[in-house]
Write a protein that binds this ligand. Structure first.
Ligand code: SAM
Length: 259
């Protein structure tokens, strides 16, 4: 199979194929958070690192006012074109989630699948929380989901799934190759096998994710006192089953509320 070294984020059509069908559990959970964890009426939503708009598109379809921001121009263009095709205003802008300013305040925001771990430094992560606190109204929520590195990390972790739509198919394989706890970096080998009627090829990428142990995450959260942690959940996205986090926890969602 022909191999292309590149980033999956530069191929929004294939990114959507790989991730786009999987939105329902996050969507339902986020809506339940809006009802349970704030007294505000939630109408205006913001997603930092929105990518192709997988989630904001679904929220827009049921009447929320949405906005997104992403570093990747191709993902933003894809996201905006989908809205424009439906006769709606383009909701996404190109920007860095560690350093941005929005003209309006939002009722809630979310960032669900470890995207925050793309931020390469503590300074960037703190900048991100500050920007998020700036763009939320008082009582507004920020649901931040990420994989924490447990006390005894599982080296060589592997995840694989496939997805098909019409005559397009993708097989995704993510393998955690190295975890450098001192350097705070997890190296993940990602391959995306793409099947189209005319060609088959593989996108190969080395992805870097900043690591967060539970104590490191607590320090990060404490750096932005305008947020209080009102609940913690995991990637089962069960609103009736909050979890207690400890040093063995892995997939977690923090429900942060703007003071
Ligand atoms: C795993 S994707 C998630 C996309 C989307 N949130 C979703 O749930 O499908 C991670 C996204 O983070 C974006 N990203 C990485 N670093 C970023 C940064 N510093 N600022 C904004 N977006 C960033 C990438 O371009 C990519 O679209």
């Amino acid at each position: 199979m022909q191999e292309i070294r590149g980033s999956m984020y530069d191929y929004p059509v294939y990114y959507e194929l790989a991730y786009g069908t999987d939105w329902r559990a996050e969507f339902d959970f986020l809506e339940s958070c809006f009802e349970r964890y704030t007294g505000r009426t939630v109408r205006r939503l913001f997603e930092p690192a929105c990518g192709t708009g997988r989630l904001i598109w679904q929220f827009s379809r049921v009447g929320y006012e949405v906005a997104g921001l992403d570093l990747n121009r191709k993902a933003v263009a894809y996201c905006n074109e989908r809205f424009e095709r439906a006769g709606l205003a383009a909701p996404a802008i190109v920007g860095d989630m560690s350093d941005f300013r929005l003209p309006r305040k939002y009722d809630a925001a979310f960032n669900t699948i470890s995207s925050v771990r793309h931020l390469p430094s503590e300074q960037a992560a703190r900048g991100h929380l500050q920007c998020m606190a700036d763009c939320l109204a008082k009582g507004g929520l920020y649901m931040l989901g990420l994989h924490l590195t447990p006390r005894r990390p599982c080296y060589g972790d592997e995840e694989q799934w496939s997805s098909r739509r019409g005559n397009l198919g993708v097989l995704v394989r993510l393998v955690s190759r190295d975890i450098d706890l001192k350097g705070r970096n997890e190296l993940v080998d990602a391959t995306f096998d793409i099947y189209t009627p005319r060609r088959q090829f593989r996108i190969v990428e080395e992805m870097n994710f900043r690591t967060y142990t539970w104590p490191q995450m607590q320090r990060l959260l404490a750096s932005e006192p305008r947020f209080e942690v009102v609940a913690t959940h995991d990637f089962h996205y069960d609103i009736d089953d909050p979890i207690d986090i400890d040093e063995d926890s892995e997939d977690v969602v923090f429900v942060l509320r703007r003071r």
